[in-house]
Design a binder for this molecule. Sequence first.
Ligand SMILES: [Zn+2]
Length: 513
Amino acid sequence: MRFAIGGFNHETNAFSNVPTNVESFRSYTLLHGEELLQKLRGIRGYVGGSIDEADAEGIELVPVMYCVTNPSGLITPETYDYIMDELLGGFRKAHEEAPLDGILLELHGASHAENSVDPEGDLIQKVRALFGPEMPIGVVLDLHANVSEAMVGGSDILIGVKCYPHTDQYEQGRNIVRLLADKVRCGYDVHEALVKLPLIIVPASGSTLKGPAAEVRELLLRLEAEDPDILNMTFFHGFPYTDVSYALASVTCAARSMESAERAAMAVAEYVWEHREDFAPESLTCAEAFDRALGMLEKTGGKNPSGETLPVIINESSDNPGSGCPQDGTWLLQEFLRRNMKDTLVASIYDPETVKQALEAGVGRTIHVRLGGKTHPLHGEPVEADAYVKTLSDGCYLSRSPMGLNGKANVGPLVLLMIGNVYVTVCSKRAQIMDDGHMEVAGLDYHKLKIMGVKSAQHFRGFWETRVSGLVACDPPGLQKSDVGVYDLKLLPRSAYPLNPDCGWDGSLTFIR
Ligand SMILES: [Zn+2]
């Protein structure tokens, strides 16, 4: 069996003022041909999973093109064209060399281009148009995908990750290959139901570690196990900051029978709708979050239930670079500096200018910095202060997070500053703090910290959940505020819950094929 594999991965924050161009992908991950297999084999992500499953099943994978970049603003038209041309041209060429038995698309599902509100839907429809109705097409998406009828209508099997943090990317990468291979081998039709709810869910309340999203995940797993006709069920939270009309929560079910697909998708959608109020996130100021962190420290003595000394983490979810935020916001930093408490760390402010200044001055020197607050006015003013340059490093390490385990992490040159009593890491490339590699290269032992501030919504928890004495989120102004009503929304419907608390849902199925 011979499958072509390719895709692009971008979560677009339409409110960001940082455009997404080909260079954005090139500076992050843009792989063609064999390099795609070489670089992504053995990494616990979608593509790494698909490669392993294809190897295990004896399937030949023809690598075309795969690109990822950190979430940012709208994709430029030239970049949209580049991605479409590379992928469609590559799939056509692979099929001409030897007939393909299927096409695998590994996508995010929440991108937005200046010239298209649904680039993933466009791509799937273009692949379908190019190869006709007989070519099996499998698609794997992120949990935050804004699933459209074009995506479901143009593919044969569409699945997504079920966990947030997305610790099952690898498993779902394997899954899509197994499902598509099984369809090709057995020749059955796959029916897929899509239910879109008029419901906006934000990352701050979407963790599947506990809470309502965890309960929905349990329900998906139970329904998949109960009905042998069901191939896959996914609850997509959507990503409202994309600001497209369909950036709403949705449920999909792929099944061998239309009846099973519809019944199961509707059952989950009804459950989610009944529990919609449970998805309301808490929204604390930085001062409230810091006070709560101090309360946690007092209560636990800074120890976890096993007696290990560990910090309390305050995550600034509204400046999460994993959602297109600038990561140079200063609201939480200002709070840490105001408290000036020993053994505290803010990780990490994106500020290449300050990194350059520290590199030029060298370790052991004190510099006057204008730190952060340089990208978007919502994220606060730059902090003016004298800062002692404690360490310098290349900012490179191997990922220890279950998300992307063994992948190369690179935050560019990284400096550790001390401003008063507070440690601050400053990086040159935007990235969430996924594990302790960041602290290690900066020369810090996190066991000795009392409070640590990070810029992330949920993904940091993949590693840190069991390595903290407490967790508290703060939600100062920024590009990922939990109240999306504060933005100048162009396409996201204000008629959806919770922007409209009286919003109703008529209980109807959106789409089935
Ligand atoms: Zn996601």
